[in-house]
Design a protein around this ligand. Structure first.
Ligand SMILES: NC(=O)c1ccc[n+]([C@@H]2O[C@H](COP(=O)([O-])OP(=O)(O)OC[C@H]3O[C@@H](n4cnc5c(N)ncnc54)[C@H](O)[C@@H]3O)[C@@H](O)[C@H]2O)c1
Length: 356
């Protein structure tokens, strides 16, 4: 693989053909980095990076983080590593728990092993899912306890794999001096996000634009905070660029809280749609009760990242909805995903459904 002389160096982005990874690749390229995107295209897509493919400083490597030889070569070649590759759809988690566990734990272990071996700085994309089932409407700081359901409920497998990724990274940091930072991402939205896995905003927007009912699971009182992907990738780069973040965990997300019911109303207003709002029992949508699958409230405390790198989100929910609506309208190839599948264990979408 040919490489070019870049201003900054070489960055490996695992999951670089995914939703967040492709936006991160763009930001890094703008900043003068040469980018290697390692992606098996399982939930990502070549379309996400088709506009970058002709650049000499962008390389898409279609392979798996489960391949030690490939990870070895790429980590050796690159200066920094952003590890975003993961099995992230809850559909995958529920239908293929083994694959989720393997990808998220063994894949991360491979990345950490070679970063540790070659002394490369790595950012691990974790998830707000690690906090588990908090029911109070208060922001979660990085030291909040984790509250999980039983191992028989597969939806918890995802949270556990991300927590294990954090444990593995912290262990290598403490035992081997690995230079690493962990970003716990909360709900992220923006162009290229698929509604296919049930993420609530693309799902609502698709439904509203096609005149289909907006399907709300439960009473819609569950709350989420949505952050635009451009803010998220700016945070990831900021955390990577700041040496003081070594060995630390940071929440990354918006603090603007909205109920899913209000979100549906706002999507209807943003699209000018006359779609009905339809309330569906969890049992009917998923075959599980709310207690088993829903995470009722999830809002980040972001004081730590703000103190470390001065980051706050710059886009509010109105801006995000306008952007997603415009993008969905203009994108002829936007995936449908207007209705969540019964195998998706949560409704309010966010992290949950596309679980991350
Ligand atoms: N989108 C969110 O709201 C959100 C929230 C919290 C955390 N995250 C985390 O951010 C990261 C990116 O998520 P995303 O939303 O962009 O999802 P995504 O599915 O678009 O990105 C994940 C990428 O990893 C790739 N991948 C999966 N298995 C792989 C393997 N074995 N080898 C190589 N590539 C593989 C997929 O093809 C995909 O391109 C994930 O680690 C996810 O857990 C996302």
């Amino acid at each position: 693989m040919d490489t070019v002389q870049s201003d900054q160096g070489k960055a490996l982005v695992t999951g670089g053909a995914g939703f967040i990874g492709s936006h991160l690749a763009e930001l890094l390229l703008e900043g003068g980095w040469e980018v290697f995107a390692l992606d098996d295209l399982s939930t990502g897509s070549e379309d996400n990076v088709s506009h970058l493919r002709d650049r000499p400083d962008f390389h898409l490597v279609v392979d798996s983080v489960l391949s030690p030889a490939v990870v070895n070569e790429l980590v050796y070649k690159c200066d920094v590593v952003y590890h975003l590759a993961a099995a992230v759809g809850v559909r995958l988690i529920v239908e293929e728990p083994g694959r989720t566990l393997l990808t998220n734990v063994e894949g991360t272990e491979n990345v950490l092993e070679y970063c540790s071996r070659f002394g490369k700085r790595v950012l691990i994309a974790s998830s707000s899912e690690v906090y588990g089932d908090h029911r109070e409407e208060r922001p979660l700081d990085e030291n909040a306890r984790r509250i999980y359901g039983p191992t028989t409920a597969r939806r918890w497998a995802y949270a556990d794999t991300k927590a294990m990724d954090e444990f593995l990274a912290l262990a290598r940091h403490e035992e081997k001096g690995l230079d690493c930072v962990i970003a716990r991402l909360f709900n992220t939205v923006g162009p290229r996000q698929s509604g296919q896995y049930g993420m609530v905003i693309p799902r609502f927007v698709q439904s509203a634009l096609s005149g289909q009912p907006l399907e709300i699971h439960g009473d819609g009182a569950q709350t989420r905070c949505f952050c635009h992907v451009s803010d998220i990738v700016r945070a990831l780069k900021g955390l990577m660029d700041s040496p003081s973040t070594n060995g630390q965990i940071y929440n990354v997300g918006s603090t603007e809280r909205v109920t899913i019911r209000e979100l549906a109303e706002r999507v209807r207003a943003a699209t000018g749609s006359g779609s009905d709002l339809v309330y569906v029992r969890y049992e009917d949508a998923f075959g599980y009760g709310a207690d088993e699958i829903e995470m009722f409230h999830r809002a980040p405390a972001i004081d730590k990242i703000e103190a470390a790198i001065g980051w706050r989100p710059s886009r509010d929910l109105d801006w995000i909805l306008t952007d997603v609506v415009e993008h969905t309208r203009s994108s002829a190839s936007a995936p449908v995903g207007a209705r969540a599948s019964a195998s998706e264990p949560t409704s309010s979408g966010p992290d949950p459904v596309r679980a991350s």
